[in-house]
Design a binder for this molecule. Structure first.
Ligand code: SF4
Length: 370
């Protein structure tokens, strides 16, 4: 499919202008200083859903600890999750490790350079496959992310909404048509960089844009009207409770199930409150009894923290409770362990727990003396 309203001569000029702009204006980022497909793959996985400045230190630490596919394939899942802690979207880390194991077991330890085998790796969707294949192997695969869609929508005045599956196919076709097959890695990175640095969501810097003379939205004075959206979903807020159960000088940590939300991460036992939303201390005691079979007393509110996930917002109220009786019977958690407060940092905890930790540590001494 040709680029919607764009003559072929303009397409060539766009590729050339964009590439020249990228060569002089690109940010100096660690994953751009390497041609190692493994490092490029790790960076692209981290960069999905996460900002560049957040990713940089994680990227360095990850490559230091797991410098190649083989070392990642051998790694314990908990060690990988611990290194990923705070980066969010933890399924990315689990998939990365499982994909490394597949590469070692079935692909001679080398990351594949073709689309079919690349897409067979856990966690590798169209975006990651296109990014790694084009940047690391020079394959002609166009990437489409939010930045690319925004640039295309404005450049071509595309009416197609960017936030629907059908719309995504349209943007993929346009990106395919514009791709510079002589240097697809450079072209893809240039499109994403232009969206990140110049064609920003609010107030695009059109005066600095290498594509300004081709841009239909700019010419029509419509840059603030594009990209089009089908409409935002209302994001639900869920109330959760959790109990830091204190027994002697130890706190109970539970490990989440191996599948589903925040799989494999550690937390204080708890979960969403549906049945007793008006009595959170009682709901917390009940959750603990259901999940680990313990009875607790004196729940004391420690903190209420908020965290946004992809499909919902979490409002977590953490209580500190005294262990009263019962023996651990797990119904949900994949593991339980009693730890001293100074050992908490050893475990990969999810973000909402992290946010509540300082308040918990501060309250522990008071609670013990109560
Ligand atoms: Fe985006 Fe403006 Fe460039 Fe058009 S001219 S692509 S709106 S930055």
């Amino acid at each position: 499919m040709p680029l919607s309203p764009m003559p072929a001569t303009d397409c060539n000029a766009i590729r050339q202008q964009l590439g020249a702009w990228y060569d002089t204006r690109q940010r100096d980022l660690p994953w751009r200083r390497t041609s190692d497909p493994y490092a490029i793959w790790v960076s692209e996985v981290m960069l999905q859903q996460t900002q560049v400045k957040t990713v940089e230190p994680y990227f360095h630490r990850f490559l230091q600890r797991f410098p190649d596919v083989a070392s990642l394939a051998r790694a314990d899942e908990q060690a990988v999750l611990k290194l990923w802690e705070g980066l969010g979207y933890y399924s990315r880390a689990r998939h990365l490790r499982r994909a490394a194991q597949k590469v070692v077991a079935e692909m001679d330890g080398r990351l594949p350079s073709d689309w079919i085998r690349m897409r067979q790796l856990p966690g590798v969707g169209d975006y990651i496959a296109a990014a790694v294949l084009s940047i690391a192997f020079g394959r002609p695969c166009a990437v489409v992310d939010g930045n690319v869609k925004r640039v295309l929508a404005r450049l071509l005045c595309l009416e197609t909404p960017v936030d629907t599956p059908a719309g995504h196919k349209v943007y993929q076709a346009e990106a395919d048509a514009l791709l510079d097959s002589r240097d697809p890695g450079r072209h893809n990175q240039a499109m994403m960089e232009l969206g990140a640095l110049v064609c920003s969501p609010q107030a695009p810097r059109c005066d600095q844009c290498p594509l300004v003379r081709f841009c239909l939205c700019f010419g029509r004075g419509l840059t603030d009207r594009y990209p089009r959206r089908a409409g935002r979903r209302r994001v639900e807020t869920q109330q959760w409770v959790a109990g830091a159960v204190l027994k002697a000088d130890r706190l109970l940590l539970t490990r989440r199930p191996d599948q589903g939300l925040l799989a494999g991460l550690w937390e204080f036992p708890g979960g969403p409150v549906a049945d007793r939303p008006d009595d959170l201390p009682a709901a917390c005691m009940e959750k603990i009894r259901q999940l680990v079979g313990l009875t607790v007393a004196s729940p004391m509110a420690v903190a209420t923290v908020h965290h946004a996930y992809t499909h919902f917002k979490l409002r977590l109220t953490l209580f500190l409770c005294r262990h009263q009786g019962g023996r651990i019977r797990r119904a949900g958690p994949s593991a339980c362990v009693w730890v001293r407060p100074d050992e908490l940092a050893r475990f990969p905890l999810h973000k909402a727990v992290h946010k509540a930790l300082p308040a918990l540590i501060g309250m522990l001494d008071r609670f013990r003396g109560a």
